[in-house]
Design a protein around this ligand. Structure first.
Ligand code: ATP
Ligand code: MG
Length: 394
């Protein structure tokens, strides 16, 4: 009997011990699970902090100014660009006023988004576009974007269309008038004169279109040819081409070429166009009977071509602008010489495509010297880096 009781007690104890061990194992398992969950929570928090940090860096470093305004109008968030506006003066005050104005507009009008553009007189002149959007919590996000460059490109494009329309409209109008006059004319001599003028105007249109096509080709040519080009050959070709115009005005074109001949890696056709345009100008803007000199030069890593004349020269105030498309110092005079103002734009682009520079030194009434300076493009000897000065007119 006693033994039975003992066996029963021992059995109960065994069950209790087993249960206790099971609970212990379970508790240890739960604890491990809890620890794993805690680890995951910490990792998730770290990831969230890192993501927030990245987002903060992106917003902070964005070139656009980012503001978040509370419904009261108080600034809840401003990135670096926005902070500069908040602490800035003059034009920035106008931007801030527009930011607040947009915020108020969204609060009042119940609209989700609003935009505004601002032109700031500067200096420097700036154009700013603002976009405001309502956030879910009732705050307003305002992003300001500097659109000065975009505006400038739009202006250039608009001016270009206006200029080209004008340049083509004038001779085409003249051609229409000449053709109309010829229809009712019987006098052979007058007819011959009118048809000569008609031909001249047609040639003018054709040369403007040729220049435009050339300029567009040079501008869009992302990979200009790189062939060995001898500058003395370029000069000889160009001098021959401008001989009729020079002879007509009794202008002597003299060449001074360095020996041995200067060579560079470049685009022969582009270089010929550039030098032709410089020589064409030198002849066109010189007095009858004067002299024009075309020189080649060589420096350590660059080669140069200079075209010097003793012509009418360029006023100092126009020197910076003569390389712009359609820019002419004296429109009336250029009309009589048949120019459209594209020649130097072509020269500038050729210099650009060859990573070189074009400069002008000129004095009104005394003459001008245009100088193209281009890297020779040949492998540089060790220890002599080529410097790129960009395009300048001085
Ligand atoms: N050698 C020069 N001497 C004096 N003025 C010059 C000379 N070269 C250029 N210019 C001035 O710069 C302007 C721009 O020159 P550019 O070659 O671009 O145009 P253009 O000669 O008028 O016309 P295009 O070359 O398109 O026929 C000219 O109209 C002229 O006023
Ligand atoms: Mg010209």
């Amino acid at each position: 009997m006693m033994a039975l009781v003992l066996t029963g007690a021992l059995g109960a104890l065994g069950v209790a011990v087993a249960a206790a061990m099971w609970w212990r194992r379970r508790a240890v398992g739960v604890q491990a699970e809890l620890q794993a969950m805690r680890r995951r929570a910490v990792q998730a928090e770290q990831a969230a902090v890192a993501a927030q940090g990245r987002l903060h860096d992106v917003i902070e470093g964005a070139p656009a100014a980012v503001f978040v305004l509370e419904p009261s109008g108080a600034v809840a968030l401003a990135n670096a660009a926005a902070s500069a506006i908040l602490t800035g003066r003059h034009g920035d005050a106008l931007v801030l006023e527009a930011v607040r104005g947009l915020c108020g507009e969204l609060q009042r009008g119940g609209v989700e988004q609003a935009t505004r553009a601002l032109d700031l007189a500067g200096p420097p002149r700036r154009s700013v576009a603002l976009t405001a959007r309502r956030l879910p919590e009732g705050e307003v996000l305002v992003i300001t974007d500097d659109i000065t460059e975009r505006r400038r490109i739009d202006d250039v494009r608009r001016d270009f269309v206006a200029n080209i329309s004008h340049e083509l409209k004038t001779p085409i109008g003249a051609m229409a008038l000449l053709a109309e006059t010829m229809t009712d004319e019987d006098d052979p001599q007058l007819l011959a004169r009118l048809s000569q003028r008609l031909h001249r105007e047609a040639m003018r249109v054709s040369s403007t279109i040729d220049d435009l096509l050339l300029l567009s080709r040079i501008e869009t040519d992302e990979q200009p040819r790189r062939e060995p080009v001898r500058l003395d050959e370029v000069v000889a070709h160009v001098v021959e081409r401008s001989q009729p115009a020079a002879a007509l005005r009794d202008i002597e074109v003299r060449t001074e070429l360095v020996e041995p001949p200067v060579e560079l890696l470049g685009d022969r056709r582009q270089l010929e166009s550039a030098v032709y345009n410089l020589l064409d100008n030198a002849v066109k803007y010189s007095d009858e009977g004067s002299e024009v000199v075309v020189r080649t030069t060589r420096n350590e890593r660059t080669v140069g071509i200079e075209v010097a004349d003793r012509g009418i020269g360029i006023p100092a105030k126009d020197l910076e602008r003569v390389f712009e498309r359609f820019y002419r110092v004296d429109r009336a005079r250029s009309r009589s010489t048949g120019g459209t103002g594209l020649g130097l734009a072509i020269v500038r682009h050729v210099a650009y495509n060859h990573e070189g520079t074009v400069r002008v030194a000129s004095r009104e009434g005394e003459g001008s010297t245009f100088r193209l300076e281009l890297p020779d493009g040949l492998p540089a000897p060790a220890g002599s880096p080529v410097t790129d000065e960009g395009i300048t007119a001085s």
